[in-house]
Design a protein around this ligand. Structure first.
Ligand SMILES: Nc1ncnc2c1ncn2[C@@H]1O[C@H](COP(=O)(O)OP(=O)(O)OP(=O)(O)O)[C@@H](O)[C@H]1O
Length: 585
C-alpha cells in the first residue's frame, strides 16, 4: 500500500490537472443530486398534483440544463483525468530514464535490461487505469456519498441511517479482498516481467542457442514461462469478476432495502411522494461511486504492482547515483569552473572504490600518475578492477576514498558535462546505434564539418567499409551494430575518437574480431590516435604494452607493480609473471 501513497503523491503534483479532476468530480456529485430532485419534482407535479405541461416547462428546462451540465462535467472530468494520466506517464518514463542515466553504466550492468524495458514500457503504461480511472473515481467515492448523506439525512433520517450502515460494507469488502488482489496482481506482474526478460534473453542469445543446439529446450521453457503468465492472468480475472459480483450484490441488496422501507412508508402514508421518490432515485447513485471504485481498484492493481518495480528502480538508481557522478541528461552548457589546458596530467591519490552491496573493496590504495602526453597501459587478470579504474577516470563513478587530480584540479569539482569534453572513450565492445554511419561517428562531435568526418573515417580505416557499400556514410546499421562486423564496429569507435580529438583517451583494447592483417593496421591507427594525447589503455596485446611509457599491474584491486615496461620485465615480478601466463615470453 506504500505504492498507493506514492502514486497519489504523483497525482497531487499535477496541480491544475488534478484540481480540475477533483472540482469536476464534486460538480458531478452536486448535479446528480440536483437532477434526481428535479426528476422527482416533475413526476410529483405531473402525476400527484396533475399539473399540465404549461406549468412544468420551467423545471423541464432546468432539468435539461442540469443534464447538459452534468454531461459536460463528466466529459471534462474524463478529459482532465486522461491528461493527468498521460502527463504522469511521460514524467515517470523521463524520471526512470534520467535515474538510469544518472546512476551510470556501472549500475546498469547490475540490472537486467528486460526488467528495465518492462518497467518503462508496460509498467508505466499499466498505470493509466490508476490515474485516468481510479483517482477520479476515488474523488467521486469520497464526495458523492457524503453529499447524498448531507441531503438525505435532514429529509429522512431512517434512509440516512440505512445508507450509513450499508455504505461501509463495500469498502470493507474491497479492503478484505484488496490484500489478496494485491498478491495476485503482483504475481501476474512478476510473471509478465519474467516473460519479457526471457524473450529478450532468448533473442539476444539466439546465435549461441543455435550453435549449442538448445533452441528446442529454450522454446519449451519459453512455453512454460508464457503459461505461468496465462494462468496468473486468469486467476486475477476470476477474482476480479468474483469481487465485481459481490459488490454488485451488496449494492443491489442495499438499494432494495432502501426501496422496501420507502415503499412501505409510502404505502402507509408516513412519507410524502416527492421525498420518497427523490430518495429512491438517489439511492443507486449513492452506492454507484463506491461500487465503481471497487471495479476500478482491480483495473488499477496491475499498475500498482508495476509501480512497486518502478519505485524500486527509482530508489536504487538514486542510491547508485551517489557513487556515480554522471548526469547525462543535462544538455545545457555547464559553467566551467576550472580551465584545463591540454595535454592533461592525471594523478590518482590513494583512490579506493567499493560497489554498494559488496563487502570487499573493489579498488584500494590506487596511486599513480599519468604525465602529460604519456601512454599508460593497465594490465591485470579478469576481475582485478581495470574497468572500474577506467570508469573512475571517465567520471562514471565517484571514488569512495582518495582523490583524482586533473592538472592539479580535483576531478570531483569538474562538472561531468565539462569533463566529458576532454575525454574520448573507446570501449572493447562499442555500441553502434540503429542509425546511419555518419550519425554514429558524428555523435562524438555533432558540430564537426563534413571534411573532418571523412578524415576521421579515413584515419580509422572506415573508408574500406564504406567502399563496399553503395550508400557509404548513409549506410544504416542495426542496433548494437547489426550489419557491422566486430572489427568494423571497433573502427566506428576509433573514428569517433579521431573526430572528437580529445586530450585524454581511455581505451579498452579489443581482444577479438581482428584478423592479423587488420590487427597490424589497427595498431598503426591506435598509435596515431595516441600521439600527443594523455592515455590510459586497458591493454590486452603485447605490442601495446611494449609501446607504453608506463605500465600499471593491477591484482585484486591493488596496484602491485608499476613502471616502464622494460624495467618491470627486468625485475621479473608480477608483470613478468603476467606476461609469462600469456605465453608471451
Ligand atoms: N556494477 C557492479 N556492481 C557490483 N560489482 C561490480 C560491478 N561491476 C564490477 N563489479 C565487480 O568488481 C570487480 C572488478 O570488476 P571490473 O569489471 O572492474 O574488472 P576487470 O579487471 O575490468 O575485469 P575484466 O578484465 O574481466 O573486464 C569484479 O569482482 C566485479 O564482479
Amino acid at each position: 500500500m506504500r505504492e498507493f501513497k506514492r502514486l497519489f503523491k504523483w497525482a497531487r503534483s499535477e496541480g491544475w490537472g488534478i484540481a480540475l479532476v477533483v472540482s469536476t468530480g464534486m460538480g458531478i456529485g452536486l448535479l446528480t443530486v440536483l437532477q434526481a430532485y428535479l426528476i422527482a419534482q416533475i413526476v410529483n407535479a405531473a402525476f400527484m398534483q396533475h399539473q399540465g405541461w404549461a406549468d412544468l416547462d420551467r423545471p423541464m428546462v432546468l432539468l435539461l440544463g442540469v443534464m447538459g451540465a452534468r454531461a459536460g462535467a463528466v466529459w471534462s472530468n474524463e478529459v482532465a483525468a486522461q491528461r493527468v494520466a498521460v502527463r504522469i506517464k511521460a514524467r515517470l518514463r523521463r524520471a526512470l530514464l534520467e535515474a538510469m542515466l544518472r546512476a551510470g553504466p556501472a549500475y546498469l550492468k547490475t540490472r537486467r535490461i528486460g526488467d528495465l524495458i518492462a518497467a518503462a514500457m508496460q509498467g508505466v503504461e499499466s498505470l493509466e487505469p490508476f490515474f485516468a480511472h481510479y483517482v477520479p473515481q476515488a474523488v467521486l467515492a469520497a464526495g458523492v456519498p457524503l453529499l447524498v448523506l448531507a441531503v438525505v439525512f435532514p429529509l429522512d433520517w431512517l434512509t440516512g441511517l440505512v445508507f450509513l450502515v450499508t455504505a461501509p460494507l463495500i469498502p470493507l469488502f474491497m479492503m478484505l479482498i484488496g490484500r489478496m488482489a494485491e498478491r495476485l496482481t503482483r504475481r501476474q506482474w512478476q510473471a509478465l516481467q519474467r516473460l519479457s526478460e526471457y524473450i529478450l534473453d532468448t533473442l539476444q542469445g539466439l546465435v549461441s542457442l543455435k550453435a549449442m543446439g538448445r533452441v528446442r529446450e529454450r522454446e519449451t521453457h519459453l512455453g512454460r514461462v508464457a503459461d505461468a503468465y496465462y494462468t496468473t492472468t486468469l486467476t486475477v480475472l476470476r477474482m476480479t469478476f468474483l469481487s465485481a459480483l459481490a459488490m454488485e450484490l451488496i449494492s443491489t441488496l442495499s438499494t432494495a432495502l432502501v426501496a422496501v422501507e420507502i415503499g412501505l412508508r409510502l404505502l402507509y402514508g408516513r412519507l410524502d411522494f416527492l421525498h420518497g421518490f427523490f430518495i429512491l432515485l438517489i439511492a443507486p447513485e449513492f452506492y454507484l461511486p463506491l461500487r465503481m471504485l471497487g471495479q476500478r481498484f482491480h483495473a488499477a492493481m496491475s499498475g500498482v504492482s508495476a509501480a512497486q518495480t518502478i519505485f524500486t528502480l527509482l530508489d536504487e538508481a538514486e542510491t547508485a547515483s551517489a557513487w556515480s557522478r554522471v548526469s547525462l541528461m543535462e544538455e545545457k552548457p555547464v559553467q566551467s569552473i576550472v580551465s584545463l589546458a591540454p595535454p592533461l596530467r592525471i594523478r590518482f591519490e590513494d583512490v579506493a572504490f567499493t560497489y554498494p552491496g559488496r563487502p570487499d573493496m573493489t579498488l584500494q590504495d590506487i596511486t599513480f600518475e599519468i604525465q602529460r602526453g604519456q601512454k599508460v597501459a593497465l594490465i591485470g587478470p579478469s576481475g582485478a578492477g581495470k574497468t572500474t579504474l577506467a570508469y573512475l577516470l571517465l567520471g562514471f563513478l565517484q571514488p569512495s576514498g582518495g582523490r583524482i587530480l586533473v592538472n592539479d584540479h580535483p576531478l570531483a569539482q569538474i562538472p561531468f558535462e565539462e569533463w566529458r569534453k576532454f575525454i574520448a572513450w573507446v570501449p572493447q565492445n562499442p555500441y553502434v546505434f540503429h542509425a546511419n554511419l555518419a550519425w554514429n561517428v558524428r555523435m562524438a562531435c555533432p558540430e564537426a564539418p563534413e571534411e573532418a568526418l571523412r578524415v576521421a573515417g579515413r584515419r580509422a580505416f572506415l573508408d574500406e567499409v564504406l567502399a563496399h557499400h553503395p550508400r557509404a556514410w548513409d549506410m544504416v546499421v542495426g542496433e548494437q551494430g547489426g550489419g557491422l562486423s566486430g572489427g568494423e564496429a571497433q573502427r566506428v569507435a576509433l573514428a569517433r575518437a579521431f573526430l572528437k580529438d580529445a586530450p585524454l583517451l581511455v581505451m579498452d583494447e579489443p581482444t577479438a574480431h581482428l584478423d592479423p592483417d587488420l590487427e597490424v593496421r589497427l595498431e598503426r591507427v591506435i598509435r596515431t590516435l595516441l600521439e600527443g594525447r594523455t592515455s590510459l589503455i586497458i591493454a590486452h596485446r603485447l605490442t601495446t604494452i611494449q609501446n607504453a611509457d608506463w605500465v600499471l599491474v593491477l591484482e585484486d584491486g591493488r596496484i602491485v607493480e608499476q613502471g616502464p615496461p622494460a624495467d618491470l620485465l627486468a625485475r621479473k615480478g608480477a608483470f613478468y609473471t603476467h606476461l609469462a601466463q600469456w605465453r608471451a615470453l
